[in-house]
Design a protein around this ligand. Sequence first.
Ligand code: NDP
Length: 416
Amino acid sequence: MSGWENFYKLTSDERITKLAENRQLTVADQKLMRDHFDAVGSQQVENYLYNFGVPVGVITDLLINDHHVTVPMATEEPSVIAAANNGAKLVRYGTGIKTRQTERLVRGQVIVTELDNPDDLLGYVNEHVADLLNLANNAYPSMKKRGGGAKRILSEVIDHDKVIVNILVDPQAAMGANVVNTMAEAVAQQLRTIGYNVLLAILSNMANEAIIDAQVKIPVGVLAAKDGLTGAEVAERIVQASLIEQLSEYRAVTSNKGLMNGVEAAVLASGNDTRAVNAALHAYAAKDGKYRGLVQWSIDDGELVGKTTLPLLLGVVGGSIGIVPAVKLNHTIMGNPDVNELTAIIAGVGLVQNLAALKALVTTGIQSGHMKLQAKSLAVAVGANPNEVPLVVRALQAEKKFNSSSAKKILDEIRK
Ligand code: NDP
């Protein structure tokens, strides 16, 4: 394909023109891109064209560690934010969410291969722990000055000729990926200098050294469902559903996807790396060799008790956090949490999202709520304007036919 040479050197305006020529885009397509130009975005990624908007809504009141927090969520999926608010409401009838986190370290891996005798390297590392920690810290001195930095070195033999030298780093208020990569590369360079073959050096996204426990207790009475089930019955069914998530991997994956509906939306709104959080959480779900649900529910003395343990590495500085105005705004909405508070908030979002999904699933099912919101999307998709949307939604609900041809027919009727 010709015509793409030096695309990256063009201004975003010139890129849009070039793209339009090569991909037969209309004037309206080009206008859409130009209307969504963003000066910050244009500095964030390569081959920049325009900013792609994701709707942001909030959990109005998440009771977390005795604080009432408003949590922005960025997601395109209808019903996620409504469900999170339902879960948050139930949680407020109880203790609110309580969290506990003991350590927060990021692991850098320096992978050494082609070793004649792995013990030589293990010996070298053991004798030079302090030197290697100094080396890592000198590669990124500001972290140590803040009280963080490289804290521990651990080496592990992974094969007869392969060793990983792990550096555990406290990244303070940052998520730490770049910080740790810089430190890991410095250690890698030292090992190369003394003759070892280093294959690669990078952080691990398996965040098992940044675990947070979150718990909530809710009086079962508040769980009574519209369909006539008592609160105790709903609680019992939630407990059974959570047990299934420990037994069926097919169910566990779907449940964890539901948890990620909330976690990922809040992580994205906070300007953090959704892929890193996703990778860590799914890996943790499979930590004992079988993929399991990340939340467990039980009943204790008339209360429904929810517990989750999540590996969560987030930042309140670094990456895009300081530079994207909407991210700054979202932190302001949350009350500018510190990194531990933000981690607690995100864990809490996971718990409420799971609670809301399970409660809906074991009572009316999720479709009735989903379809109400889906009706809105259908109305917009067939061209309803903001005044027409509620009318189309009402008619779709009355007809219980949630498809675009019904929506179109209703809209045509309204416009007659
Ligand atoms: P940065 O590279 O932005 O480093 C953190 C920045 O925050 C530094 O500039 C640091 O300043 C500044 N800072 C200010 N105050 C503090 C404080 N109190 N504590 C800590 N830092 C402070 O970000 P990260 O290292 O956190 O890396 C995150 C980024 O890396 C994300 O964008 C992520 O997407 C990306 N990434 C992720 C990978 C992965 O997950 N596999 C791989 C590679 C990149 P100073 O320099 O003065 O210390």
